[in-house]
Structure formats: structure tokens, C-alpha cells
Design a protein around this ligand. Structure first.
Ligand SMILES: [Zn+2]
Length: 63
């Protein structure tokens, strides 16, 4: 079973990634501690980071 990283959108093979359970019961899957840190600690937007598959070329348009 392959899941996608909640942050970068990359594939996470079962057993190799990081499963993080939030207090409200939400399960978050991360491919690495780097992604976990960026989402939970740094609270970065993956669309602004070039190394994620969610990156939007040219940046996000803010209305
Ligand atoms: Zn990731």
C-alpha cells in the first residue's frame, strides 16, 4: 500500500514513512521528518516550496 505524504505529495511506502496522529484523531502521513517539521513546526505552505510536488510555478496567486 502506498500513501502520499501530507506535505510534499510524494509517495510514502508503508513502513518507511512517519505516521502522525493528531489529538483530534486525524492521521497525517509524512515521507520524512523534514516534511513533518515543515508542516507541524514551521507551518510552511507546500505550494511555496520547490522541492514539493505541490509547488505552484510562479507562486500562488493571492486575491
Ligand atoms: Zn514529504
Amino acid at each position: 500500500m502506498v500513501q502520499t505524504c501530507k506535505f510534499c505529495g510524494g509517495n510514502v511506502l508503508l513502513g518507511s514513512g512517519i505516521i502522525f496522529a493528531k489529538n483530534d484523531g486525524t492521521i497525517l502521513v509524512f515521507c520524512s521528518s523534514k516534511c513533518k517539521k515543515n508542516m507541524l513546526v514551521l507551518k510552511r505552505d507546500p505550494r511555496k516550496l520547490k522541492w514539493t510536488s505541490k509547488y505552484v510555478k510562479g507562486g500562488i496567486k493571492v486575491r
